[in-house]
Write a protein that binds this ligand. Sequence first.
Ligand code: ADP
Length: 230
Amino acid sequence: MTTPLIDLHDVSREYGDGPPALDGVSFSVRAGEAVAVLGPSGSGKSTLLSLIAGLDRPNTGTVTVAGVRVDRLGEAASARYRRAAVGMVFQFFNLLDDLTVADNVALPAQLAGTDRAEASRRAVELLGKLGVDGYARAYPGRLSGGERQRVAVARALVNRPALLLADEPTGALDTASGEDVGALLSELNADGQTLVVVTHDLALARSCTTRTISLVDGRVAEDVTAGPAR
Ligand code: ADP
């Protein structure tokens, strides 16, 4: 069996005196899988994403991504890991309003050391692939929510990350735009992109993932991989 891309082993995360946000979570994700993380508000979904992204550390347990012990990285190494290996997509897009669409997408590549011309070339190519290249020179404020999320996905992919993490990517979109983002994520996964999508949106989970991990009170309550008939 090949080494998993993500491996969480007995991970717990506590904040202060409250009940643990995550409590003994273990699972692995293979490269190329598309996983939805479901669960009620407060069940630990965002905490889980933060740990995988190296933005937070567990109190106990290990988090390994692409062979790297993410839970052991110092601040600089953690930032480098995120830039190189992880793309993130958020509910409210988090685009920079005073940069053009193309510059938003090129920025993480430049921060990772790619020269400006190559970063711009890659940005325009990705925007084309995602069907929003007509807006390359526009500012994000002119775009609809669905278009902004496409741009945010392009930005997340610019450093060709092993892993794409999405936190409620359709949470701020109307139904049609949400379906559009689901179709886009599904296409990316069909091309081999590994996805972990935190969502309340069951239609999104169905459209772009084939495995659902359900969290309840910081524990994995269910981990179901869909059969071929799905
Ligand atoms: P979800 O994303 O499923 O809504 P979270 O991971 O945000 O769940 O939160 C899980 C639990 O951890 C909640 O009880 C929340 O209040 C708590 N929590 C999350 N982040 C923090 C924090 N920075 N400080 C204190 N408690 C936190």
